[in-house]
Design a protein around this ligand. Structure first.
Ligand code: AHG
Ligand code: MN
Ligand code: MN
Length: 347
């Protein structure tokens, strides 16, 4: 009896592909040209292609490692370089993008002269958490889309790329985990899709994600805590129940995208503060344009908040393409508490 009811529920339940979802969202904006919809769809396709590569990662020993040739006589690429090329090649010729920024490239990625430029700027971390690949731990792609500032028809510029997070029009990530998921927002809620590998489609599995009000976990690399400021250390104690703080469980994966995904679904806080003894990185490790801002945009859409320890990261004007920032993201009250401790103890 139970089985019948469940299977009936499944049969009558609505199945929404990402394509249909994006189109439906577009139809709510009668003046939309469809370019953003198509760009989102190209990114979803890139995600499927990259997922195909990540599932082969463990076979590197068998089919050849980087700078060796594989059984097909092709040079085997590092996974982050392969992901970078997939994203660039899927978007360089469509006429939808003015310029791109990738973690893998020092400078902006120009659209080749032979192709037209479009009105959007695409910034991406092709593979976040790449140090985890060798251990079969989740990695992901993070992206943000801005509108260009330069005139239509021109080549895109560095100024197009150097825009704050509060100007993002769409952002998201693809997580290559126990299943492949795409989570995105165009500014009216956060939607999650799971790849059905049998049919090769992303299906809506997490409609309108909201951060749970009761947080579950805190997430940071506690291996570095002796190198954090006094305020951040006090905050870390507070998260563990000192000074009347909540007592949260700890989770840390070491792939920001995966730590973010869990924080989004479980509630809590993820932080990556400045390591005060790392003179090379006075502003922390994570990059504003293609790591922090896209996720901060989603966090805000889900009801949360992201700070650099002093203020909303989305308001920071990036000064270079690989601008780094400390980050505290998650339930608003938890993040505000980090700001409070930092103000009190670090000045
Ligand atoms: P990437 O693999 O794109 O270079 O990013 C790695 C980042 C991020 O994913 C993660 O939060 C952080 O590195 C982990 O750093 P630690 O190993 O210092 O904790
Ligand atoms: Mn990264
Ligand atoms: Mn990366």
């Amino acid at each position: 009896m139970m089985t019948t009811r469940n299977s009936q529920k499944k049969l009558t339940g609505q199945i929404t592909t990402i394509e249909r979802h994006i189109l439906e969202k577009q139809s709510q904006h009668p003046d939309a040209t469809g370019a953003l919809t198509a760009l989102m769809y190209d990114i979803a396709l890139a995600g499927k292609l990259i997922a195909g590569h990540t599932t082969q990662a463990g076979l590197a020993e068998v089919i050849g490692t980087t700078s060796q040739t594989n059984i097909h006589g092709e040079e085997v690429q590092k996974l982050d370089e392969a992901a970078d090329k997939i994203l660039f090649r899927l978007n360089d010729h469509t006429g939808r993008v003015a310029v791109m920024v990738s973690e893998e490239a020092d400078d902006i990625l120009a659209i080749p002269e032979k192709y037209p430029t479009g009105k959007y700027v695409l910034s991406y971390d092709p593979l976040d958490g790449s140090s985890n690949i060798d251990y079969n731990v989740s990695v992901g792609t993070i992206f943000a889309i801005h509108q260009r500032l330069s005139a239509d028809g021109e080549r895109g510029t560095r100024e197009d790329a150097l825009q704050p997070g509060n100007k993002i029009v769409a952002a998201g990530y693809i997580l290559y985990g126990s299943s492949t998921m795409l989570v995105y927002s165009v500014g009216n809620g956060v939607y999650g899709f799971t790849l059905d590998p049998q049919i090769g489609e992303f299906l809506l599995s997490h409609p309108d994600i909201k951060l749970p009000a009761k947080p579950k976990y805190f997430s940071a690399n506690l291996g570095y805590q002796r190198k954090w400021s006094a305020g951040v250390r006090k905050y870390t104690d507070w998260l563990q129940g000192e000074d009347g703080g909540p007592t949260l469980g700890l989770r840390y994966i070491g792939s920001m995208v995966a730590d973010f995904h869990r924080t989004l679904l479980s509630g809590g806080v993820f932080y990556y503060p400045v390591n005060t003894r790392d003179a090379k990185r006075p502003h922390g490790k994570l990059r504003l344009l293609y790591e922090v801002n896209p996720l901060a945009f989603l966090m805000k859409q889900a009801g949360g908040y992201t700070s650099n320890g002093h203020r909303d990261v989305l308001d920071i004007q990036p000064t270079n393409l690989h601008h780094r920032t400390p980050v505290f993201m998650g339930n608003k009250d938890l993040v505000l508490q980090a700001e409070k401790f930092i103000k009190e103890y670090d000045g």
